[in-house]
Design a binder for this molecule. Structure first.
Ligand SMILES: Nc1ncnc2c1ncn2[C@@H]1O[C@H](COP(=O)(O)OP(=O)(O)O)[C@@H](O)[C@H]1O
Ligand SMILES: CC(C)(COP(=O)(O)O)[C@@H](O)C(=O)NCCC(=O)O
Length: 329
């Protein structure tokens, strides 16, 4: 049996009482694993990648995201070798080259997944081995508002059943299979709906990042009760962005306040009506959205998938990552 090689002296890792496939690391332990990975981003570039309300600076990039970029680069190389071995075994039948490496990024609404995903895209594309890194968010596969209304799902937006899961899985499967061009619908937060006629096209990336609430959900069983291949089966690596529910709620409400002063002012914004009422009334509405949609979705659907991730990033109340769990088995 191959025993996992621990990157830190054993004593440096806090041991969990029960057997676990994860190694737990503090921020300091993790940041020491950066090795000599250079910092390829400026403060301005980091600022541009930062989501509304997210706190991220060059220290955070250096301590958290450079070690992750190094780890992923090692993973991409090792996965390539593994595919080579499989191709040797399969001979002609296996001769597929240039299979993209697929990374899933999961977590609650407002936890900051999109900043993590954009940072990874920027950092990974600086490695000469894999310059073409595409990022796709799963909101493009939400059912259009008309369909959600017909199915009574408007108050379940973001729940697994509010997506066209089959189309999403097919989209990633096609990219992984090496199709030249694969297209997805586009979602707009402004109109709170799929944009009619708009498409996002992905062309043979080296790495694909798939970010969304439900990317680690297991596949639904087929009508015959048999297990189907699900989205996460196509992932070579996955990250779950974690934080205390109370912190995420505060980030959600603060972001709603900030959006009310910015994006919601746009005449075509779905949320424009909340710029016409008092801040307290608007926040009451946001609290209701959190309590009735986003929190139940986190508790019932998203958090239970945390244990499927390769890496869990645990944020503290100020958005900085404080602890990490990396799957070693
Ligand atoms: N109502 C909205 N209007 C405009 N932008 C929004 C709205 N809701 C969320 N966003 C933006 O969409 C992105 C994804 O948000 P979300 O799904 O909550 O994930 P996360 O905060 O984990 O990245 C973020 O960059 C966020 O700022
Ligand atoms: C669009 C979302 C479902 C997130 O989509 P994702 O890209 O994670 O699939 C979410 O941001 C959202 O709008 N939720 C509905 C409730 C709300 O507006 O807060």
């Amino acid at each position: 049996m191959i025993s996992p090689v621990s990157p830190m002296p054993r004593s440096a890792h806090r041991q969990r009482p029960e057997a676990t496939p994860y190694v737990d690391l503090t921020r300091a332990e993790w940041s020491a694993l950066r090795d000599k990975t250079p910092l390829p981003l400026t403060a301005d570039e980091v600022e541009r990648l930062r989501g509304l309300g997210d706190v991220i600076d060059l220290d955070e990039v250096r301590d958290i995201y450079l070690p992750l970029s190094r780890l992923l680069n090692l993973y991409v190389g090792a996965t390539d070798k593994l595919r080579g071995a499989l191709n040797t075994f399969l001979g002609e039948q296996g001769s597929q080259s240039g299979t993209p490496f697929v990374i899933g990024v999961a977590g609650s609404v407002a936890v900051g997944k999109s900043t993590v995903a954009r940072l990874l895209q920027a950092l990974l594309s600086r490695w000469p081995e894999h310059p073409r890194v595409e990022l796709v968010t799963t909101d493009g596969f939400l059912l259009p508002t008309r369909d959600l209304q017909e199915r009574g799902l408007m108050s379940r937006k973001g729940f697994p059943e509010s997506y066209d899961r089959r189309a999403l899985t097919r989209f990633v499967a096609d990219i992984k299979a090496g199709k030249d061009e694969v297209s997805a619908p586009v979602y707009s937060h402004l109109i709170y709906d799929i944009v009619p006629g708009e498409k996002l096209t992905v062309r043979r990336p080296d790495i694909l990042i798939v970010e969304g609430l439900n990317v680690l959900q297991p596949a639904l069983p087929g009508k015959d009760g048999r297990t189907r291949v699900g989205l996460a089966d196509y992932f070579d690596f996955s990250v779950y962005v974690d934080a205390r529910t109370e912190d995420i709620e505060r980030w959600y409400l603060n972001r709603f306040k900030r959006l009310r002063e910015t994006a919601f002012q746009d005449p075509s914004s779905y949320f424009r009506r909340y710029t016409q009422v008092s801040e307290e009334e608007a926040l009451d509405y946001a609290r209701t959205m959190w309590r009735t949609i986003n929190k139940p979705n986190l508790v019932e659907n998203i958090a239970p998938t945390r244990g499927r991730a390769t890496l869990v990033l645990r944020k503290g109340p100020d958005h900085t990552v404080q602890r990490l769990s990396l799957r070693k088995l």
